[in-house]
Ligand binder design. Structure first.
Ligand SMILES: NC(=O)c1ccc[n+]([C@@H]2O[C@H](COP(=O)([O-])OP(=O)(O)OC[C@H]3O[C@@H](n4cnc5c(N)ncnc54)[C@H](OP(=O)(O)O)[C@@H]3O)[C@@H](O)[C@H]2O)c1
Length: 343
């Protein structure tokens, strides 16, 4: 008689231990990234905060240390808007393996004018998408050296109703800040799925997982002084919004699950359970336009040309895996829409 394996329910308050593992969280000094780092630190793992601001990172490390006894949290200088600096940031990690990177950092501008990085790229597209694309390239050797490693990319609900303009990826001709933000997040989401197809085609054990955090407000987020302080007035005035959206502590749950849950597969999307806006993390069916492999491939080519990087993962880790009986747990299922090798 065959028995169905028991898959325990994911409990955001009872995370599996991950001692000996190492995770990098971009933008881990504030907001959702801070809570991703705090929750991952609670598993016994080493957590590195990738942040452009050393003082903010030190405050975050102090806060996590005061809440998580024995937390092992470090900082590496990381400015995603400065493409040329990213290799040095990865070198400064001083690591020879990495179990997961959470591409969390992001910038959202509400008002014009259109801003550019020193490289001449539109700021939101550059920081949110191009920076993480190039960072993945530089991290590839570390991820490849780690069987079952994960790239977790943070998208947004805002991208659900958006489409890319491949002829104007950087909104040079028609700049609307909210649309440019949503498109930058859609670019990240298409990247995450294209990356997973390429990883599968290369027989890599690394997987790429997509998450989106729902709606998260600072006013619904518990205080973590001096990183974030919420006044009683703020908390009370925004209380009704808690029916629809959530705090950044809860918004961290999809990414934390994507890093830790052995049942999570590459090419999947995790998001909050209630309308994709709030609640515990579950796997959400991919939105139709996320399955557009032609747009994803053209975006990849454009990103490669704009950054001068091309995240490729060798098959060397397959050999490591075959020697490692304890290798990745359940993370090697092929995802739908496997990449065409001739592309
Ligand atoms: N909040 C939401 O409702 C929501 C909804 C959907 C998706 N998201 C996504 O979730 C992620 C986190 O959002 P959040 O609400 O936590 O934002 P946040 O509170 O504004 O935090 C953003 C983080 O990104 C960092 N960052 C910005 N530019 C950077 C750069 N050039 N290099 C390195 N780090 C940089 C910030 O660092 P500094 O402190 O140095 O500025 C900060 O740590 C973002 O990707 C966002 O798009 C958020």
């Amino acid at each position: 008689m065959s028995s169905v394996p028991h898959v325990p329910r994911w409990d955001v308050h009872r995370l599996p231990r991950a001692g000996g593992k190492c995770f990098l969280v971009t933008g881990g000094n504030a907001g959702i990234g801070y809570f991703v780092a705090e929750q991952l630190a609670g598993t016994g793992a080493t957590v590195v905060l990738g942040s452009r601001d050393r003082a903010k990172s030190e405050a975050a490390i102090g806060s996590i240390g005061s809440r998580v006894p024995g937390a092992d949290v470090k900082h590496v200088l990381l400015d995603l808007a400065d493409l040329a600096s990213l290799k040095a940031s990865v070198d400064a990690l001083g690591l020879d393996r990495l179990d997961a990177v959470v591409h969390n950092a992001g910038v959202a501008l509400d008002h014009p004018p259109r801003r550019e990085t020193a490289d001449g790229h539109e700021l939101m597209f550059a920081t949110n998408h191009l920076g993480h694309f190039a960072l993945t390239h530089h991290l590839a050797p570390l991820l490849t050296a780690t069987p079952g490693s994960r790239v977790v990319t943070t998208g947004s609900f805002a991208a659900k109703s958006e489409r890319l303009d491949l002829d104007d990826l950087q909104s040079a001709h028609d700049y609307r800040p909210k649309r440019a933000y949503a498109r930058s997040k859609l670019a990240q989401m298409l990247f995450a799925l294209e990356l997973d197809r390429r990883l599968r085609a290369a027989d890599s054990t690394t997987v790429s997982v997509l998450v989106h955090p729902g709606g998260a407000l600072d006013s619904l987020t518990p205080s973590r002084p001096p990183v974030h302080v919420r006044t009683t007035g703020e908390r009370l005035s925004r209380l009704p919004l808690g029916l629809v959206v959530q705090g950044k502590d809860a918004a961290a749950w999809p990414a934390v699950r994507a890093v830790l849950d052995p049942a999570v597969r590459g090419g999947r999307m995790l998001s909050p359970r209630a309308f994709g806006l709030r609640g515990t993390p579950r796997t959400e069916p991919l939105w139709n336009h996320l399955a557009d492999t032609v747009t994803a491939a053209r975006l990849w080519t454009a990103s490669r040309d704009l950054t001068g990087t091309d995240p490729t993962f060798s098959t060397a880790d397959t050999a490591v895996l075959s020697r490692d009986p304890g290798g990745p747990t359940g993370a090697r299922e092929r995802s739908p829409g496997q990449v065409n090798r001739s592309r």
